[in-house]
Design a protein around this ligand. Sequence first.
Ligand SMILES: Cc1ncc(COP(=O)(O)O)c(C=O)c1O
Length: 482
Amino acid sequence: MASDPAGRSSTGVIEQRSLESPLLALRREVIGVDERVPVLEGGLRPYVNFDNAASTPALRPVLSAVEEFLRWYANVHRGTGYKSLLSSRVFEEARDRVAGFVGADPGDVVLFTKNTTESINHLARRLAFGPDDVVVTTVMEHHSNELPWRRVARVVHVGLTPEGRVDASALERAFVENHGRVRLLAISGASNVTGYVNPVHDFARLAHAAGARIFVDAAQLAAHRPIDMRPASAADHIDFLAFSAHKMYAPFGVGVLVGPRRDFEQGDPDLVGGGTVDIVTLENAYWTDLPDREEAGTPNIVGVVALGRAVGVLESVGWEAIERHEAELTARALERLSAIPGVALYGDADPGRAPGRLGVIPFNVRGLSHALVAAILSYEWAIGTRSGCFCAHPYVKEILHVGAEDAEKLEREILARDRSHVPGAVRASFGIYNTAEEVDRLAEAVAAIAAGRFAGGYELDRERGEWTRPGFPFEFEKRFTL
Ligand SMILES: Cc1ncc(COP(=O)(O)O)c(C=O)c1O
């Protein structure tokens, strides 16, 4: 079948010639990957999902596991019926699989939560910080790895290099300046803004040498890089780790928190209630053993099964294939986007260094708001991206070089419900199933937008900071309703 330079065949379907098996086989297993969505000029186009850093789509093997399991589903723990016993066994099997997936120490416990954010809040409340205790974190963090620590400890922020990476010498200084007081270094494994991967094992070594421990927010890492927490005896091991299943092809509402059992055996559980106790009298409660004592109430059993299967799929595809493919997409995107006049890329935009980062690419088009560019990509090109500050305001402000005066002005505007000048970028983020042809479509779209070739008539909702196009034929009810 003939195709144009963007890889569109005469039927308008993007060919997937760039994918090698097993990734091509896997693309066919991505639920909804062939869905077509309306575009402004009329008709439907195949949807390109470049918002994988927010959430990845579900994989068919994951959905199949859920469907198969539901025939055997029952509440876990202490049920005596066959289905409850089976469900309990599968639930614990998933826990073991997750422990293996991250190379947890045998002394660690894997706890299931709702998402990374809940895992970090849980950990922050459980670590029992004293009034002088310091948590060192960085300017790079997602708000979920920033705000929970502010509630429980004094937070010291490590700054960035001019390229926007964590400044390792500033990190060393933070340990020296707060000697004896740093309990924890809380740092992301990879940035959801620039895709930078942090050398967490080097940082773990520094933290341990300073008498602190390290928590790694692996929300962005989990679906893109192998994770190895390493044995607790190793100087560079990771003490605590969190991630979310919805960013690794299992969007059924589960998060993970891993850490040493002893930290969760001390003190009272975070949430209390059913499942957390051995004995309750009208005066006392005696907490039960881990993991139950930290997983109050009925857990998300189906979500955990989905995660267990997703882990199996990622492992069978293999990290080498995943990393190679995503690096190729990233290099291609950096190369093509940087060649477009008027496009600014943030962070390290060298395609040659793509293997050292994740496929998360922030960019802007000169003279146009990031929110408008993202809207045009969606309405006119059927490309799903995300724009704004990506729940990382301090980091985005730094990489966009927003000065103190502008930042103050913006704060006033936002508090007055005007988000029309909020700085930010458009973010394209890749998953294992995306193709070079899809990257080319993004580049073609961005080139057209930068050259001023897009429809007029977009309107800004100042309060939300979002652009819409009146008259766009959403027709959501044609696609899905409850
Ligand atoms: C680096 C990072 N940390 C934490 C989170 C929060 O994850 P969740 O929304 O699953 O709690 C995200 C989500 O985008 C993230 O990218």
